[in-house]
Design a protein around this ligand. Structure first.
Ligand SMILES: Cc1cc2nc3c(=O)[nH]c(=O)nc-3n(C[C@H](O)[C@H](O)[C@H](O)COP(=O)(O)O)c2cc1C
Length: 218
């Protein structure tokens, strides 16, 4: 009963225009000043991502997160290194409701939860940044990671998994956070989590088509 209510609340929040842009994929006419029209596709590549395992909104308990699956596909296809953003205090795996409650509190407080380990993004030229859609925002731990680094001169390509909201304006949020980077606003990839988890051939085709279109496929 309570879980059903939380799920309904999630989808209602998702439908509120101020909180999220469910129907809209990323804007093709975005004027964000650090969005690049001619993306640099050369150089050393890294895939950085956050992904949650355990109870999931639409596919039950998952051992490997939806975004993690897509991150691996991108890294395999581009030869990129990979780094997983892991919060020091993980989100609950056995209770979707508890995960939602913590995530909501973090969002409301603009929290920056501590993350484990690090990678020198300074050593890379092109960085794919992946995360699940959480009410029109990347999870707050993604900002923790971003704000630890100097993004000047990097090419950043956002990718997201979701259950209906698509990219929304999360790529613009990433563009604001990655100061000094050329962020591929309007050119990122959005994959439905259920497809990533349950129809991997189809997800891989989408990833490869997108990489070919954007010129990143090796
Ligand atoms: C806290 C939370 C908030 C979410 N908010 C949304 C949302 O607003 N729109 C949406 O389409 N999906 C939403 N989802 C679903 C996830 O984006 C989706 O299941 C995603 O594929 C999970 O990726 P992961 O397994 O890599 O964590 C939310 C999930 C959680 C846990």
């Amino acid at each position: 009963m309570k879980k059903g209510f939380v799920k309904s609340l999630l989808m209602c929040l998702c439908l509120l225009p101020g909180l999220n842009s469910c129907a809209a994929e990323t804007s093709k006419n975005d004027k964000n000043k650090n969005s690049n029209t001619e993306m640099t596709t050369d150089g050393k590549k890294l895939v950085v991502f956050f992904s949650h395992t355990g109870e999931n909104y639409s596919v039950g308990y998952i051992e490997k997160g939806n975004t993690h699956i897509i991150a691996d596909m991108i890294a395999d296809a581009t030869g990129a290194d990979r780094f997983e953003i892991v919060p020091e205090k993980g989100y609950p795996e056995d209770s979707y409701d508890e995960c939602i409650a913590i995530a909501k509190k973090e969002l409301q407080q603009h929290a920056r939860p501590a993350v484990k380990g690090d990678i020198a993004i300074e050593d890379y030229d092109v960085i794919f940044v992946g995360y699940p859609q959480w009410w029109g925002e990347p999870p707050m731990c993604v900002y923790t990671f971003i704000e630890k680094h100097d993004w000047t001169g990097k090419t950043v390509i956002p990718f997201v998994t979701h259950e209906g909201s698509g990219m929304g304006s999360t790529d613009r949020k990433i563009a604001s956070a990655c100061k000094g980077a050329d962020v591929a606003v309007g050119k990122g990839l959005a994959v439905e989590g259920k497809i990533a988890q349950e129809n991997r051939d189809s997800a891989r085709k989408s990833v490869n088509r997108w990489l070919e279109r954007t010129g990143f496929k090796k």
